[in-house]
Design a protein around this ligand. Structure first.
Ligand code: ZN
Length: 113
């Protein structure tokens, strides 16, 4: 384990602390934009070529094995976007910390290559 790795771990931990110290909502999952069909037989979304409806914002997250999606209004999208973005950063930081800490312990115990 190098001093450089120690600094990277300290920096990643500090970014996590800073994120939590913002004391703002952190939500899991991600935002996507989807085009949809409404199901009405004579609608343009069933035409040739089909002209789909949307785009609509959709928030998706996992709860255990279940994948949950929620359609968001424009107002909800803007209201929740920062929290979902913080959640993405939070997850990235945890993954980065896992990787750094695993490297450290693998090296310290002589297990890894
Ligand atoms: Zn339609």
């Amino acid at each position: 384990m190098s001093a450089r790795d120690d600094r990277r771990i300290a920096a990643a931990r500090q970014r996590l602390v800073d994120l939590l110290a913002e004391d703002e909502v952190i939500l899991p999952g991600g935002l996507i934009e989807r085009m949809t069909r409404c199901g009405k037989p004579n609608c343009r979304c069933n035409g040739d070529p089909p002209q789909l409806h949307g785009p609509y914002a959709q928030w998706g997250y996992s709860r255990g094995r279940e994948r949950i999606t929620r359609r968001l209004s424009a107002e909800q999208t803007e209201r929740y976007r920062p929290a979902i973005e913080r959640g993405r950063k939070f997850t990235e930081l945890l993954v980065e910390l896992d990787e750094l800490e695993l490297r450290r312990v693998e090296h310290a115990e002589g297990w890894g290559t």
